[in-house]
Design a protein around this ligand. Structure first.
Ligand code: SF4
Length: 352
């Protein structure tokens, strides 16, 4: 990989690194490793991004237009992760590199504050956790989110966060302060509650139980938190009993709403997921070939059946349902602002 010559071990000066991928990141970039549990085998590329509030591509069907993603790559390592392919734009692979070669936009907080104050910025909703998880392990070390949330709070700018990380609880005071002055949409991602499957297919994430604990803790502080039931894995986590267990535990955690999303397999995630399936559930490979033979999405009838089952369960457990926009508390879009150049890093896939 072309950045290997720039590797630094902890304790070395970051100043000794040379320029890396200037077309992507601008100023000098350093690669750093940490010899501490949880970070062994990982490399962090500390970059200075040119912009941090990025426009969602026009073709995207998501209900928001702007995102902040302080990281690229994700140590949560979900086999099915829809963002895997974005790592190939960085000359890295969508498999191991995605989980172990993490790009850290170290100037994200100062950029966020500056861009929010710009006369061109019109105060639209900013979504976070849309490409990779902003509360992945690296955030414990780099602590970029407090600065970003503070900037959004000070600008009273509406925003939302979707995460599988428990680290969000560190920033709960800040989130409460922000919710006092603007719309804040919080969601945890829990597609299923089967611990064994989670350990296998989401090896770097906190357990589903701990993620629902995050939902409970947020709710106890008086903020609303939804559960994105994504992804529902065909033949593995889609039985009525499994769906019921997830909705019931989400309700017990005080979830404001629950939104099911069936697995989709875009390039990058597709190869990685099917390889995992072949190793762990070879008997299901043919069924998946049939289900996903025509593209990235499961058949509409299947998606509708899951949606109907979850709707019924949500009603039974007195939990609300929400569209992707409602889950993130995105308000009706204001008039389109003047054209704003999109940064190269703005290309993204989304979990919603
Ligand atoms: S699905 Fe989310 S938490 Fe899992 S690897 Fe991808 S970005 Fe990280």
């Amino acid at each position: 990989m072309r950045w290997d010559s720039l590797r630094l071990d902890e304790g070395q000066s970051a100043d000794t690194a040379g320029p890396v991928a200037p077309a992507l990141f601008g100023r000098d970039t350093v690669a750093r490793t940490f010899d501490t549990p949880g970070f062994r085998g990982m490399t962090f590329y500390e970059v200075h991004a040119r912009s941090i509030i990025n426009r969602v591509p026009e073709a995207s069907r998501v209900p928001f237009r702007w995102t902040i993603n302080p990281y690229r790559g994700c140590s949560h390592s979900c086999v099915y992760c829809y963002a895997r392919n974005t790592h190939t734009y960085l000359d890295m692979d969508a498999g191991e590199d995605f989980s172990k070669q993490i790009v850290v936009k170290v100037n994200a907080p100062e950029l966020a504050r500056r861009e929010l104050a710009s006369a061109r910025w019109q105060g639209e909703h900013v979504a976070m956790g849309t490409n990779v998880d902003c509360y992945q392990r690296a955030e414990g070390r780099y602590q970029l989110m407090p600065g970003i949330i503070s900037a959004l709070r000070d600008a009273a700018n509406p925003f939302s966060i979707l995460t599988k990380g428990t680290l969000i609880l560190r920033d709960l005071d800040l989130l409460c302060e922000a919710a006092d002055v603007t719309d804040v949409g919080l969601n945890v991602s829990v597609g299923f509650v089967d611990k064994a499957i989670s350990r296998s297919v989401e090896p770097g994430t906190p357990s589903p139980e701990r993620r629902l604990g995050v939902c409970a803790a947020i709710t106890e502080r008086g903020l609303r938190c939804g559960v994105l039931m994504g992804p529902v894995l065909p033949y593995l986590t889609d039985s009525p009993a499994q769906l019921e267990a997830t909705v019931r535990l989400a309700a017990e955690a005080g979830a404001a709403h629950v939104s099911p999303i069936v697995l989709h397999l875009r390039p990058g995630a597709r190869e990685w997921y099917l390889r995992w399936l072949q190793e762990t559930h070879p008997d299901l490979v043919e069924s998946y070939r049939q289900m996903y033979g025509r593209g990235a999405y499961a058949p509409k009838a299947y998606q509708a059946r899951i949606a109907a089952l979850v709707a019924e369960l949500a009603a039974r457990y007195r939990i609300g349902q929400a569209s992707p926009g409602q889950a993130r508390r995105v308000r009706e879009r204001p008039a389109r602002p003047a054209a704003r150049p999109a940064a190269p890093s703005s290309v993204q896939l989304t979990l919603l």
